[in-house]
Design a protein around this ligand. Structure first.
Ligand SMILES: Cc1cc2nc3c(=O)[nH]c(=O)nc-3n(C[C@H](O)[C@H](O)[C@H](O)COP(=O)(O)OP(=O)(O)OC[C@H]3O[C@@H](n4cnc5c(N)ncnc54)[C@H](O)[C@@H]3O)c2cc1C
Length: 164
């Protein structure tokens, strides 16, 4: 479920997929607001950019550079352009599939490639080590950790409500 602040601010600019953004990933009719990743509805060549991690990473990098340039009062001319690096998916334990252009592979070696690519893509060594540790734990024990963000119960007219 999307965060209430997001729903409140961007509701008029939302599509079924997410907030509608222009080619520079700025929310349409909301100057200074950028949305990236799964929360954004990015259209490129009349097709939606897929809701996958590589799109979110590329969009995040693009917006980071764009903001840096704008702070230096330099004009950004090049709109965001999604580069499809191919697809990988895990299908059960020790098995993954990979497709990139003409290349299609599957099996346990592909699964190792999948794991390596995902770990190496994480920012900071600390995160890589933490995720590696969690994956090894899950692999050998079969247990998964959950990441839940509980919200306090909502009562109308209390401090839990955002000001309108
Ligand atoms: C089951 C599943 C499998 C997937 N498999 C693949 C795959 O194999 N390959 C692939 O490329 N993509 C896959 N995806 C899609 C990929 O995970 C998303 O496209 C990508 O994570 C989007 O990145 P994001 O930064 O937009 O959102 P997220 O990665 O979801 O990051 C959002 C972050 O915001 C945090 N957050 C949420 N609410 C709040 C709040 N109120 N306050 C503070 N923090 C908050 C969350 O904890 C989270 O860390 C999968 C998705 C799912 C659900």
């Amino acid at each position: 479920m999307r965060h209430r602040l997001f729903q409140r601010c961007l509701a008029p600019r939302q599509t079924a997929r997410g907030a509608l953004v222009d080619p520079f990933l700025k929310v349409v009719d909301a100057p200074g607001v950028f949305v990236v990743g799964d929360a954004a509805s990015v259209i490129q060549n009349e097709h939606p950019v897929p809701g996958v991690a590589q799109a979110a990473i590329q969009e995040g990098r693009y917006v980071g550079r764009l903001i840096a340039k704008e702070l230096m009062e330099r004009k950004v001319k090049r709109p965001f352009c999604y580069f499809d690096k191919g697809n990988m998916a895990v299908v059960g334990k020790n098995y993954a599939v990979l497709e990139r252009g003409w290349l299609r592979t599957s099996g346990s070696l592909t699964w190792l490639v999948w794991a390596f690519v995902h770990i190496i893509s994480l920012p900071q060594l600390q995160n890589r080590l933490r995720v590696q540790r969690q994956w090894l734990w899950s692999y050998f024990t079969g247990q998964r950790s959950s990441r839940l963000i509980p919200e306090p119960p909502r009562t109308p007219g209390t401090a839990n409500d955002y000001p309108s």
